[in-house]
Design a protein around this ligand. Structure first.
Ligand SMILES: Nc1ncnc2c1ncn2[C@@H]1O[C@H](COP(=O)(O)OP(=O)(O)OP(=O)(O)O)[C@@H](O)[C@H]1O
Ligand SMILES: [Mg+2]
Length: 148
């Protein structure tokens, strides 16, 4: 048994980056391709304020999809540094679990990798909502990297 196509989810958080690192090392060692997915809310609260506070020359970049692209691209860079030959970034509007499940199905992935936590939940929770939902509905194997 080996893996050919691995999907990893990241929200750009430090903990998610640990999951990306783990997925990348695994992908590199078995010769799998890696798809880094960042889901985003197309109408997030507070984004207008963040944009207004940013330097003018980068304001155009501060959109929900632009930031999601940056997170997914960051994961791809990390994967390339880890020796993954084929790494792709995808940003998708919608919830993280839906995006990961949808991409895994569409791209016929054989493994989804997520961190146990992202950037929202306080330390007392072991699992975030994304690994919880993904583990219940995945069309393939799921790896939950313990990130804290
Ligand atoms: N927007 C996202 N797009 C893709 N993957 C994500 C996204 N957010 C989280 N993930 C994945 O899910 C893992 C766990 O994050 P999750 O959001 O479930 O935890 P949390 O933020 O601690 O809790 P919650 O969001 O339920 O308050 C992350 O390490 C990452 O792998
Ligand atoms: Mg979260």
């Amino acid at each position: 048994m080996t893996y050919d196509r691995i999907v990893v989810g990241t929200d750009g958080s430090e903990t998610a980056s640990k999951a990306v690192e783990h997925a990348a090392r695994l992908a590199a060692s078995v010769g799998a391709s890696l798809i880094a997915v960042t889901a985003y809310d197309p109408h997030p609260q507070g984004l207008d304020r963040d944009r207004a506070e940013a330097p003018e020359d980068v304001q155009w970049r501060i959109t929900a999809s632009g930031l999601a692209d940056d997170h997914a691209q960051g994961a791809v860079q990390l994967a390339r540094r880890a020796g993954v030959r084929q790494a792709t970034a995808l940003s998708e509007a919608g919830t993280a679990a839906e995006a990961l499940l949808e991409v895994a199905e569409r791209r016929r992935a054989d493994l989804i990798v997520v961190g146990s936590k992202g950037m929202n939940s306080p330390g007392r929770f072991l699992l975030g909502s994304v690994p919880n939902a993904v583990s219940h509905h995945a069309p393939c194997d799921v790896m939950i990297v313990r990130t804290s």
